[in-house]
Design a protein around this ligand. Structure first.
Ligand SMILES: Cc1cc2nc3c(=O)[nH]c(=O)nc-3n(C[C@H](O)[C@H](O)[C@H](O)COP(=O)(O)OP(=O)(O)OC[C@H]3O[C@@H](n4cnc5c(N)ncnc54)[C@H](O)[C@@H]3O)c2cc1C
Length: 398
């Protein structure tokens, strides 16, 4: 049986139609266009605008329980919602608050912290970023050394965090800080949340190699963080970080986004016929597109098998590493093929002044950005080499 048949019930088919027409009617065209160009650097204002539209419909924070203002969807409904949003070129969710910190606060926060933090995320008013990595602590995260010294009812932060995505548009950061160096490196780490407007915080941009500003280095110079902005116990942040990093099982494989990207590539080849001057390349390209479609379908089936286990234990363990590796490889393959199809059009070259050529140039120029930008996906969220180590040890038992 095709495991995807589970999404073909009458109720889910009706829900799919509802999401499709909602997106068609409500997604602002300027935002849709940026997402269709695969932009990963959506401005804060665009992200908030779309989040608030979803919130008004009751679909924001799709994985959250009703108790905290989420829709309380079943996993099947959530899967269908996220698929249709991606296929409709809607922005990704604001992952750091909605997907990471929110559920972690629900699990580890005090009642006061839940009351203080969750509404800002739910309403899309407070944007968060993640301060885990440091210049000398990425794959080996537990080596982190950014210091938080306890001084009465405050921690005093000194050091820096590296590769902080959206640090320049976020209001608050959650992060891991070294509070004790005397034991194992996983001990003596504390999970703190801090307002990025505090005195002593400097956010410095790092431009990715295609020139966009998504990541930053954040410096702390005697920054005072109140003790009540600590999540969990002092020195015990490592367990909380592991919980937070295990949360995002939906979307790891990026199947829906890749389906949308592949559909765009097919439309480019069909409508702009970039091979009319090199017909010998058409057949091999069409074969490669068909291969990618099959690889994507296999990944989708694997994802559904992992996400919806027959014993009802909807927990994805180390298998999530396979989804991440294959998902990013397929994404990069799609953008590489798109770039190859664009050829000289990717550099703005024109063959003639025909309408087809003008359109091909416009579309071709869009191909360079994701080709370069998506190199990063094999590095962030745990590099693909690290994921392969996990697969070798925890899945294959090697
Ligand atoms: C675009 C982007 C956005 C990011 N956003 C954030 C963010 O918002 N917040 C945050 O905290 N971090 C973020 N990161 C950081 C990211 O998590 C780290 O870059 C990643 O964990 C790798 O760490 P590193 O850069 O220190 O590389 P290193 O750990 O130094 O690794 C260098 C190379 O060695 C390989 N390697 C390392 N150890 C092993 C091993 N044991 N076996 C085999 N190969 C190994 C790696 O795979 C990599 O190829 C982001 C990174 C990027 C590129």
């Amino acid at each position: 049986m095709d495991v995807r048949e589970r999404f073909q019930t009458a109720a889910l088919r009706a829900f799919r139609e509802e999401v499709r027409s909602f997106v068609r009617a409500n997604l602002p065209e300027d935002i849709r266009r940026k997402v269709a160009q695969e932009r990963m650097d959506l401005p804060r204002e665009d992200q908030q605008r779309w989040h608030k539209i979803l919130r008004a419909k009751g679909w924001a924070c799709a994985g959250w329980p009703k108790e905290h203002g989420g829709p309380g969807f079943s996993d099947d409904h959530r899967y269908v919602l996220e698929r249709e949003l991606a296929l409709g070129d809607a922005p990704r969710p604001m992952i750091y608050g909605e997907g990471m910190l929110g559920p972690t606060v629900m699990a580890y926060g005090t009642e006061a912290q839940k009351r203080q933090i969750l509404p800002g995320i739910l309403e899309g008013d407070v944007l968060w970023c993640q301060g885990f990595s440091e210049p000398n602590a990425g794959s080996d995260l537990a080596s982190l050394q950014c210091k938080a010294e306890r001084m009465g009812d405050h921690y005093v932060l000194n050091g820096s965090k590296m590769w902080t995505s959206e640090g320049h548009i976020a209001d608050w950061m959650f992060g891991l800080f070294r509070t004790d160096n005397s034991g194992r490196k996983q001990e003596g780490i504390t999970f703190l949340m801090l307002d990025l407007n505090l005195p002593g915080v400097t956010v410095r941009p790092i431009l990715l190699f295609e020139g966009t500003h998504e990541v930053n280095q954040v410096f702390f110079d005697n920054v005072c963080v109140p003790v009540e902005d600590r999540l969990g116990d002092e020195h015990k942040g490592w367990a909380i970080a592991k919980y937070l990093l295990s949360l995002e099982r939906f979307g790891t494989a990026e199947v829906s986004r890749s389906l949308a990207s592949l559909a765009r590539l097919k439309a480019f080849v069909r409508d702009q016929d970039p091979f009319r001057h090199a017909p010998e390349q058409r057949e091999s390209t069409e074969r490669r597109i068909a291969e990618l479609e099959m690889e994507l379908e296999a990944l989708e089936i694997t994802e559904v098998r992992f996400l919806f286990k027959q014993d009802g234990a909807n927990e994805v363990g180390p298998e999530a590493s396979m989804l991440k590796v294959r998902g990013t490889e397929i994404q990069q393959d799609i953008f590489e093929l798109t770039m190859m199809c664009a050829g000289g059009y990717g550099l703005g070259a024109r063959r003639d002044e025909s309408a087809a050529d003008v359109a091909a140039t416009r579309r071709g120029q869009d191909s360079a950005y994701p080709y370069f930008n998506f190199r990063k996906t094999a590095i962030y969220a745990g590099s693909n080499e690290i994921q392969r180590n996990i697969i070798a040890k925890a899945v294959l038992g090697l």
